[in-house]
Design a protein around this ligand. Structure first.
Ligand SMILES: [Fe+2]
Length: 476
Protein backbone atom coordinates (compact mmCIF):
# COMPACT_ATOMS: atom_id res chain seq x y z
CA UNK A 1 0.00 0.00 0.00
CA UNK A 2 1.19 3.53 -0.68
CA UNK A 3 -0.04 6.81 0.64
CA UNK A 4 0.45 10.53 0.58
CA UNK A 5 -0.41 10.96 4.27
CA UNK A 6 -3.95 9.72 3.82
CA UNK A 7 -3.85 7.27 6.69
CA UNK A 8 -1.93 4.48 8.35
CA UNK A 9 -0.77 1.78 5.95
CA UNK A 10 -2.30 -1.22 7.69
CA UNK A 11 -5.66 -1.52 9.34
CA UNK A 12 -4.02 -3.09 12.36
CA UNK A 13 -2.01 0.08 12.88
CA UNK A 14 -5.01 2.05 14.06
CA UNK A 15 -5.47 2.89 17.73
CA UNK A 16 -6.73 -0.08 19.61
CA UNK A 17 -7.02 -1.85 22.92
CA UNK A 18 -9.01 0.93 24.48
CA UNK A 19 -6.26 3.53 24.22
CA UNK A 20 -7.85 6.75 23.06
CA UNK A 21 -6.34 10.18 22.58
CA UNK A 22 -8.24 12.43 24.96
CA UNK A 23 -8.50 16.07 23.89
CA UNK A 24 -10.11 16.90 27.23
CA UNK A 25 -6.98 16.11 29.22
CA UNK A 26 -6.14 19.76 29.73
CA UNK A 27 -3.96 19.96 26.63
CA UNK A 28 -6.44 21.42 24.17
CA UNK A 29 -4.27 24.43 23.16
CA UNK A 30 -1.45 23.43 20.85
CA UNK A 31 0.48 24.28 17.73
CA UNK A 32 1.65 21.93 15.02
CA UNK A 33 4.95 22.53 13.26
CA UNK A 34 5.20 22.43 9.49
CA UNK A 35 5.32 18.94 8.04
CA UNK A 36 7.08 17.78 4.90
CA UNK A 37 5.03 16.55 2.00
CA UNK A 38 5.10 12.88 2.93
CA UNK A 39 5.26 10.20 0.24
CA UNK A 40 5.00 6.82 1.95
CA UNK A 41 5.10 3.37 0.43
CA UNK A 42 7.18 0.59 -1.10
CA UNK A 43 8.75 1.78 -4.35
CA UNK A 44 8.15 5.49 -3.67
CA UNK A 45 11.86 6.28 -4.00
CA UNK A 46 11.37 5.75 -7.75
CA UNK A 47 9.71 9.16 -7.79
CA UNK A 48 12.83 10.94 -6.52
CA UNK A 49 14.02 12.26 -9.93
CA UNK A 50 10.67 13.91 -10.55
CA UNK A 51 10.71 15.47 -7.08
CA UNK A 52 14.29 16.73 -7.51
CA UNK A 53 13.58 18.28 -10.90
CA UNK A 54 10.57 20.09 -9.51
CA UNK A 55 13.13 22.25 -7.65
CA UNK A 56 15.72 22.42 -10.44
CA UNK A 57 18.46 20.35 -12.11
CA UNK A 58 21.32 20.95 -9.64
CA UNK A 59 21.25 18.58 -6.68
CA UNK A 60 23.58 17.90 -3.78
CA UNK A 61 23.00 14.29 -2.70
CA UNK A 62 24.35 13.29 0.70
CA UNK A 63 24.66 9.57 1.41
CA UNK A 64 26.37 7.45 3.99
CA UNK A 65 29.93 6.42 3.30
CA UNK A 66 31.29 2.90 3.75
CA UNK A 67 29.88 1.62 0.53
CA UNK A 68 26.38 2.96 0.01
CA UNK A 69 27.29 4.06 -3.51
CA UNK A 70 28.15 0.41 -4.26
CA UNK A 71 24.70 -0.88 -3.30
CA UNK A 72 21.89 -1.87 -5.68
CA UNK A 73 19.73 0.86 -4.11
CA UNK A 74 22.19 3.55 -5.14
CA UNK A 75 22.69 1.96 -8.57
CA UNK A 76 18.96 2.28 -9.14
CA UNK A 77 18.51 5.74 -7.60
CA UNK A 78 21.69 7.27 -8.99
CA UNK A 79 21.06 5.90 -12.48
CA UNK A 80 17.51 7.26 -12.44
CA UNK A 81 18.75 10.70 -11.37
CA UNK A 82 21.41 10.78 -14.11
CA UNK A 83 18.92 9.54 -16.69
CA UNK A 84 16.52 12.31 -15.72
CA UNK A 85 19.23 14.91 -16.36
CA UNK A 86 19.94 15.83 -12.75
CA UNK A 87 23.34 17.51 -12.31
CA UNK A 88 24.60 15.63 -9.23
CA UNK A 89 27.16 16.43 -6.57
CA UNK A 90 27.47 13.45 -4.22
CA UNK A 91 28.89 13.78 -0.70
CA UNK A 92 29.52 10.74 1.48
CA UNK A 93 29.46 11.08 5.26
CA UNK A 94 30.26 8.68 8.10
CA UNK A 95 28.99 8.57 11.65
CA UNK A 96 27.12 11.19 13.64
CA UNK A 97 27.85 14.63 12.15
CA UNK A 98 29.99 17.26 13.85
CA UNK A 99 29.68 21.03 13.36
CA UNK A 100 33.06 20.99 11.58
CA UNK A 101 31.79 18.44 9.05
CA UNK A 102 28.74 20.56 8.29
CA UNK A 103 30.84 23.69 7.79
CA UNK A 104 33.26 21.76 5.59
CA UNK A 105 30.55 20.44 3.28
CA UNK A 106 28.88 23.86 3.07
CA UNK A 107 32.17 25.56 2.20
CA UNK A 108 33.02 22.88 -0.36
CA UNK A 109 29.69 23.10 -2.17
CA UNK A 110 29.60 26.91 -2.05
CA UNK A 111 33.11 26.99 -3.53
CA UNK A 112 33.31 29.84 -6.01
CA UNK A 113 29.92 31.14 -4.98
CA UNK A 114 31.12 31.99 -1.45
CA UNK A 115 29.82 35.39 -0.49
CA UNK A 116 26.91 35.07 -2.91
CA UNK A 117 23.33 34.90 -1.72
CA UNK A 118 22.50 32.61 -4.65
CA UNK A 119 22.07 28.94 -3.81
CA UNK A 120 24.88 26.80 -5.26
CA UNK A 121 22.40 23.95 -5.80
CA UNK A 122 18.63 23.83 -6.29
CA UNK A 123 17.93 21.04 -3.82
CA UNK A 124 19.68 18.91 -1.19
CA UNK A 125 18.79 15.22 -0.97
CA UNK A 126 19.72 13.10 2.05
CA UNK A 127 19.58 9.31 1.53
CA UNK A 128 20.48 7.37 4.67
CA UNK A 129 19.91 7.01 8.37
CA UNK A 130 19.39 9.75 10.91
CA UNK A 131 22.98 10.97 10.80
CA UNK A 132 22.90 11.40 7.02
CA UNK A 133 19.50 13.11 7.11
CA UNK A 134 20.65 15.44 9.90
CA UNK A 135 23.78 16.28 7.91
CA UNK A 136 21.75 17.05 4.79
CA UNK A 137 19.22 19.08 6.80
CA UNK A 138 21.91 21.25 8.39
CA UNK A 139 23.83 21.69 5.13
CA UNK A 140 20.65 22.69 3.26
CA UNK A 141 19.99 25.27 5.93
CA UNK A 142 23.41 26.92 5.58
CA UNK A 143 24.23 26.72 1.86
CA UNK A 144 22.75 30.16 1.20
CA UNK A 145 23.62 32.01 4.45
CA UNK A 146 27.11 30.45 4.44
CA UNK A 147 27.85 31.03 8.13
CA UNK A 148 29.01 28.41 10.63
CA UNK A 149 26.44 26.07 12.14
CA UNK A 150 28.07 26.84 15.50
CA UNK A 151 26.28 30.21 15.36
CA UNK A 152 22.93 28.50 15.85
CA UNK A 153 23.47 25.41 18.04
CA UNK A 154 21.32 25.26 21.18
CA UNK A 155 23.16 25.58 24.46
CA UNK A 156 26.60 26.34 23.04
CA UNK A 157 28.08 29.33 21.22
CA UNK A 158 26.20 32.57 20.45
CA UNK A 159 22.86 30.80 19.74
CA UNK A 160 21.96 33.33 17.04
CA UNK A 161 18.45 33.05 15.58
CA UNK A 162 18.42 31.29 12.22
CA UNK A 163 17.07 33.54 9.48
CA UNK A 164 17.56 31.27 6.47
CA UNK A 165 16.66 30.78 3.78
CA UNK A 166 17.20 27.05 3.47
CA UNK A 167 17.70 25.24 0.19
CA UNK A 168 14.79 22.76 -0.29
CA UNK A 169 15.67 19.49 1.44
CA UNK A 170 14.37 16.06 0.39
CA UNK A 171 14.72 13.33 3.03
CA UNK A 172 14.92 9.67 1.99
CA UNK A 173 15.40 7.49 5.10
CA UNK A 174 17.08 4.08 4.78
CA UNK A 175 16.67 3.16 8.45
CA UNK A 176 13.58 3.18 10.68
CA UNK A 177 14.25 5.04 13.87
CA UNK A 178 15.16 8.66 14.30
CA UNK A 179 12.22 10.16 12.41
CA UNK A 180 14.60 12.88 11.18
CA UNK A 181 12.65 12.96 7.93
CA UNK A 182 9.86 14.73 9.83
CA UNK A 183 11.74 16.82 12.40
CA UNK A 184 12.99 20.40 12.44
CA UNK A 185 16.35 19.73 14.10
CA UNK A 186 19.73 18.33 13.16
CA UNK A 187 21.68 16.76 16.02
CA UNK A 188 25.39 17.53 15.90
CA UNK A 189 28.06 16.32 18.27
CA UNK A 190 31.67 16.72 19.22
CA UNK A 191 33.79 14.30 21.20
CA UNK A 192 36.73 14.64 23.56
CA UNK A 193 37.30 17.67 25.78
CA UNK A 194 34.12 19.76 26.10
CA UNK A 195 32.12 17.14 24.19
CA UNK A 196 28.53 18.05 23.38
CA UNK A 197 25.54 16.79 21.45
CA UNK A 198 23.29 19.69 20.50
CA UNK A 199 20.61 20.62 17.99
CA UNK A 200 20.49 23.10 15.14
CA UNK A 201 16.75 23.65 15.21
CA UNK A 202 14.36 25.74 13.18
CA UNK A 203 11.04 25.12 11.50
CA UNK A 204 12.57 26.30 8.20
CA UNK A 205 14.83 23.23 8.28
CA UNK A 206 11.95 20.75 7.99
CA UNK A 207 12.27 18.68 4.82
CA UNK A 208 10.21 19.93 1.89
CA UNK A 209 9.52 16.31 0.94
CA UNK A 210 10.01 13.07 2.86
CA UNK A 211 10.07 9.96 0.67
CA UNK A 212 9.58 7.03 3.04
CA UNK A 213 10.13 3.85 1.03
CA UNK A 214 10.16 0.72 3.21
CA UNK A 215 12.02 -1.18 0.46
CA UNK A 216 15.08 0.92 1.29
CA UNK A 217 15.14 -0.66 4.76
CA UNK A 218 15.86 -4.10 3.33
CA UNK A 219 19.62 -3.82 3.92
CA UNK A 220 19.42 -2.98 7.64
CA UNK A 221 21.48 -5.35 9.82
CA UNK A 222 19.86 -6.65 13.02
CA UNK A 223 21.80 -4.36 15.35
CA UNK A 224 20.56 -1.28 13.47
CA UNK A 225 17.00 -2.61 13.37
CA UNK A 226 17.23 -3.03 17.15
CA UNK A 227 18.81 0.30 18.11
CA UNK A 228 16.88 2.43 15.61
CA UNK A 229 13.66 0.65 16.49
CA UNK A 230 14.16 1.30 20.19
CA UNK A 231 14.81 4.95 19.36
CA UNK A 232 11.47 5.15 17.54
CA UNK A 233 9.64 3.35 20.35
CA UNK A 234 11.24 5.68 22.90
CA UNK A 235 10.26 8.75 20.90
CA UNK A 236 6.66 7.53 20.63
CA UNK A 237 6.38 6.77 24.35
CA UNK A 238 8.12 9.96 25.49
CA UNK A 239 6.07 12.22 23.23
CA UNK A 240 2.85 10.52 24.42
CA UNK A 241 3.61 11.16 28.12
CA UNK A 242 5.29 14.53 27.44
CA UNK A 243 4.08 17.69 29.13
CA UNK A 244 3.58 19.12 25.61
CA UNK A 245 1.56 16.22 24.18
CA UNK A 246 -1.49 17.24 22.17
CA UNK A 247 -4.45 15.31 20.73
CA UNK A 248 -2.88 15.00 17.28
CA UNK A 249 0.50 13.75 18.48
CA UNK A 250 -1.40 11.43 20.86
CA UNK A 251 -3.21 9.82 17.95
CA UNK A 252 0.00 9.44 15.95
CA UNK A 253 1.96 8.14 18.94
CA UNK A 254 -0.54 5.38 19.70
CA UNK A 255 -0.84 4.45 16.05
CA UNK A 256 2.95 4.37 15.73
CA UNK A 257 3.29 2.26 18.87
CA UNK A 258 0.80 -0.29 17.51
CA UNK A 259 2.84 -0.43 14.31
CA UNK A 260 6.11 -0.87 16.23
CA UNK A 261 4.51 -3.58 18.38
CA UNK A 262 3.61 -5.56 15.26
CA UNK A 263 6.71 -4.74 13.23
CA UNK A 264 9.85 -4.43 15.31
CA UNK A 265 10.35 -7.92 16.72
CA UNK A 266 9.06 -9.56 13.54
CA UNK A 267 11.51 -7.62 11.36
CA UNK A 268 14.41 -8.16 13.77
CA UNK A 269 13.80 -11.90 14.01
CA UNK A 270 13.55 -12.23 10.24
CA UNK A 271 16.74 -10.24 9.65
CA UNK A 272 18.50 -12.22 12.37
CA UNK A 273 17.54 -15.68 11.22
CA UNK A 274 15.98 -15.33 7.78
CA UNK A 275 17.57 -15.65 4.36
CA UNK A 276 20.85 -13.76 4.40
CA UNK A 277 20.39 -13.01 8.09
CA UNK A 278 23.43 -11.90 10.02
CA UNK A 279 23.05 -14.14 13.01
CA UNK A 280 24.33 -13.32 16.46
CA UNK A 281 26.09 -10.05 16.96
CA UNK A 282 24.66 -8.35 13.92
CA UNK A 283 27.69 -8.90 11.73
CA UNK A 284 27.29 -9.06 8.01
CA UNK A 285 24.73 -7.36 5.87
CA UNK A 286 21.62 -8.76 7.45
CA UNK A 287 19.81 -8.23 4.18
CA UNK A 288 16.51 -10.02 4.30
CA UNK A 289 16.94 -11.86 1.07
CA UNK A 290 16.13 -10.78 -2.44
CA UNK A 291 12.62 -9.83 -1.43
CA UNK A 292 11.84 -6.47 -2.99
CA UNK A 293 8.93 -6.26 -0.64
CA UNK A 294 6.04 -5.20 -2.84
CA UNK A 295 3.87 -6.52 -5.57
CA UNK A 296 4.36 -3.72 -8.07
CA UNK A 297 1.24 -1.93 -6.92
CA UNK A 298 2.91 -0.73 -3.74
CA UNK A 299 1.37 -3.32 -1.41
CA UNK A 300 3.83 -5.34 0.68
CA UNK A 301 3.86 -8.92 -0.51
CA UNK A 302 5.68 -10.76 2.28
CA UNK A 303 5.55 -10.80 6.08
CA UNK A 304 8.97 -9.19 6.41
CA UNK A 305 7.98 -6.46 3.95
CA UNK A 306 4.91 -5.79 6.07
CA UNK A 307 7.09 -5.64 9.19
CA UNK A 308 9.45 -3.17 7.51
CA UNK A 309 6.55 -1.03 6.40
CA UNK A 310 5.21 -0.96 9.94
CA UNK A 311 8.55 0.21 11.32
CA UNK A 312 8.96 2.84 8.60
CA UNK A 313 5.54 4.13 9.59
CA UNK A 314 6.32 3.99 13.34
CA UNK A 315 9.56 5.94 12.82
CA UNK A 316 7.81 8.57 10.72
CA UNK A 317 5.13 9.01 13.39
CA UNK A 318 7.83 9.27 16.07
CA UNK A 319 9.48 12.13 14.21
CA UNK A 320 6.26 14.07 13.84
CA UNK A 321 5.47 13.47 17.52
CA UNK A 322 8.85 14.51 18.90
CA UNK A 323 8.95 17.64 16.75
CA UNK A 324 5.64 18.76 18.21
CA UNK A 325 5.40 17.27 21.69
CA UNK A 326 9.02 17.02 22.79
CA UNK A 327 10.64 14.07 24.52
CA UNK A 328 11.63 13.08 28.07
CA UNK A 329 14.23 11.74 30.45
CA UNK A 330 15.47 8.95 28.15
CA UNK A 331 16.53 11.49 25.55
CA UNK A 332 17.73 13.81 28.30
CA UNK A 333 20.18 11.09 29.33
CA UNK A 334 20.93 9.96 25.76
CA UNK A 335 22.37 13.38 24.97
CA UNK A 336 25.38 13.26 27.36
CA UNK A 337 25.70 9.50 26.87
CA UNK A 338 26.15 10.04 23.12
CA UNK A 339 28.49 13.00 23.57
CA UNK A 340 30.70 11.49 26.27
CA UNK A 341 30.88 7.89 25.07
CA UNK A 342 30.99 6.03 21.74
CA UNK A 343 27.40 4.86 22.07
CA UNK A 344 24.98 5.09 19.14
CA UNK A 345 21.90 7.16 19.89
CA UNK A 346 19.43 4.31 19.52
CA UNK A 347 21.48 2.05 21.77
CA UNK A 348 21.60 4.79 24.42
CA UNK A 349 17.82 5.13 24.30
CA UNK A 350 17.22 1.39 24.30
CA UNK A 351 19.57 0.80 27.20
CA UNK A 352 17.78 3.16 29.60
CA UNK A 353 14.17 3.05 28.33
CA UNK A 354 12.83 0.32 30.61
CA UNK A 355 14.53 1.69 33.72
CA UNK A 356 13.42 5.26 32.97
CA UNK A 357 9.84 4.12 32.47
CA UNK A 358 9.91 2.27 35.79
CA UNK A 359 11.42 5.24 37.66
CA UNK A 360 9.08 7.77 36.04
CA UNK A 361 6.02 5.71 36.99
CA UNK A 362 7.23 5.29 40.58
CA UNK A 363 7.96 9.02 40.89
CA UNK A 364 4.54 9.94 39.50
CA UNK A 365 2.76 7.48 41.78
CA UNK A 366 4.50 8.87 44.87
CA UNK A 367 4.67 12.60 44.10
CA UNK A 368 2.00 13.30 41.44
CA UNK A 369 -0.67 10.58 41.68
CA UNK A 370 -3.19 12.78 39.84
CA UNK A 371 -0.88 13.30 36.84
CA UNK A 372 -2.48 12.34 33.52
CA UNK A 373 0.88 10.78 32.63
CA UNK A 374 0.01 7.77 34.79
CA UNK A 375 -3.05 7.02 32.69
CA UNK A 376 -0.97 7.66 29.59
CA UNK A 377 1.62 5.09 30.61
CA UNK A 378 -1.27 2.66 31.10
CA UNK A 379 -2.51 3.48 27.57
CA UNK A 380 0.92 2.61 26.19
CA UNK A 381 0.98 -0.63 28.19
CA UNK A 382 -2.38 -1.69 26.75
CA UNK A 383 -1.32 -0.95 23.18
CA UNK A 384 1.97 -2.81 23.44
CA UNK A 385 0.48 -5.75 25.37
CA UNK A 386 -2.27 -6.17 22.79
CA UNK A 387 0.04 -7.72 20.21
CA UNK A 388 -0.10 -11.33 19.17
CA UNK A 389 2.76 -13.72 19.41
CA UNK A 390 4.88 -11.66 17.04
CA UNK A 391 7.23 -13.35 14.62
CA UNK A 392 7.22 -12.66 10.92
CA UNK A 393 3.85 -14.29 10.36
CA UNK A 394 2.29 -10.96 9.48
CA UNK A 395 -0.64 -11.97 11.65
CA UNK A 396 0.20 -9.64 14.51
CA UNK A 397 -2.34 -7.09 15.59
CA UNK A 398 -4.60 -6.09 18.43
CA UNK A 399 -7.06 -8.86 17.87
CA UNK A 400 -7.90 -12.05 19.69
CA UNK A 401 -7.05 -13.02 23.21
CA UNK A 402 -4.10 -10.68 23.69
CA UNK A 403 -6.12 -7.65 22.62
CA UNK A 404 -9.02 -8.59 24.87
CA UNK A 405 -6.73 -9.22 27.83
CA UNK A 406 -4.97 -5.89 27.31
CA UNK A 407 -8.28 -4.04 27.14
CA UNK A 408 -9.36 -5.61 30.42
CA UNK A 409 -6.23 -4.53 32.31
CA UNK A 410 -6.52 -1.98 35.10
CA UNK A 411 -4.22 1.03 34.82
CA UNK A 412 -1.90 -0.45 37.45
CA UNK A 413 -1.76 -3.77 35.60
CA UNK A 414 -1.17 -2.03 32.26
CA UNK A 415 1.75 0.00 33.65
CA UNK A 416 3.31 -3.14 35.14
CA UNK A 417 2.84 -4.91 31.80
CA UNK A 418 4.55 -2.00 30.02
CA UNK A 419 7.68 -2.15 32.16
CA UNK A 420 7.84 -5.93 31.91
CA UNK A 421 7.38 -5.81 28.15
CA UNK A 422 10.10 -3.20 27.68
CA UNK A 423 12.46 -5.41 29.70
CA UNK A 424 11.57 -8.34 27.43
CA UNK A 425 12.06 -6.33 24.25
CA UNK A 426 15.42 -5.19 25.49
CA UNK A 427 16.50 -8.81 25.97
CA UNK A 428 15.01 -10.06 22.69
CA UNK A 429 16.56 -7.22 20.69
CA UNK A 430 19.93 -7.71 22.44
CA UNK A 431 20.16 -4.04 23.40
CA UNK A 432 23.65 -3.54 24.87
CA UNK A 433 24.24 -2.52 28.49
CA UNK A 434 25.92 0.82 29.13
CA UNK A 435 28.98 -0.90 30.59
CA UNK A 436 29.73 -2.40 27.18
CA UNK A 437 30.58 1.14 26.05
CA UNK A 438 33.02 1.67 28.91
CA UNK A 439 30.56 3.49 31.19
CA UNK A 440 31.22 2.95 34.90
CA UNK A 441 29.48 3.87 38.15
CA UNK A 442 32.03 6.64 38.75
CA UNK A 443 30.92 8.39 35.54
CA UNK A 444 27.24 8.65 36.44
CA UNK A 445 27.57 12.03 38.13
CA UNK A 446 29.12 13.60 35.02
CA UNK A 447 26.36 12.20 32.80
CA UNK A 448 23.63 13.61 35.03
CA UNK A 449 25.29 17.04 35.10
CA UNK A 450 24.78 17.33 31.32
CA UNK A 451 21.36 15.71 31.12
CA UNK A 452 18.98 18.58 31.88
CA UNK A 453 18.58 19.95 28.36
CA UNK A 454 15.41 20.50 26.33
CA UNK A 455 14.26 16.86 26.38
CA UNK A 456 14.36 16.61 30.18
CA UNK A 457 12.11 19.68 30.44
CA UNK A 458 9.11 17.86 28.96
CA UNK A 459 9.48 14.71 31.08
CA UNK A 460 6.14 14.26 32.89
CA UNK A 461 7.79 14.76 36.28
CA UNK A 462 11.05 16.37 37.39
CA UNK A 463 13.34 13.52 38.39
CA UNK A 464 15.90 14.01 41.14
CA UNK A 465 19.59 13.42 40.54
CA UNK A 466 19.31 10.28 42.65
CA UNK A 467 16.46 8.95 40.50
CA UNK A 468 18.51 9.59 37.36
CA UNK A 469 21.43 7.82 39.01
CA UNK A 470 19.21 4.79 39.70
CA UNK A 471 18.25 4.65 36.01
CA UNK A 472 21.88 4.71 34.91
CA UNK A 473 23.08 2.32 37.62
CA UNK A 474 20.61 -0.43 36.75
CA UNK A 475 21.38 0.07 33.04
CA UNK A 476 25.16 -0.38 33.40
FE1 LIG B 1 15.86 9.71 19.50
Amino acid sequence: MTMDLKGPPQTSLAMDAGAVADPSSGRSAFALARLPRIMFGAGKSGELPEIVLSYGPRALVIVRGRGFTATPDWARIGTALFAAGVDLVVAEVDGEPSPAQIDEIVAGVRGGSAGSAVAPVDVVVGIGGGSVLDTAKAVAGLLIPGNSVMDHLEGVGPQLPYRGPSVPFVAVPTTAGTGSEATKNAVLSTHGEGAFKKSFRDEALVAAVAIVDPDLLAGCPPDLISSNGMDAVTQLIESYVSLRANPITDALALSGLAAARDGLLAWYEEAFSGPGGAGAGGAGTGHDGADTGHDGAGAPSSPVAIARERMAYAALCSGICLANAGLGAVHGLASPLGAQFPIPHGAACGSVLAATTRVNIRALESRAPESPALRRYADVGRVLAAGGTGGASGAAGATGAAGAAASAMSDVEARAALVSLLDNWRATLVVPWLSSFGIRESMIHGIILDSRGSSMKTNPIVLTDEELAVILRVSL
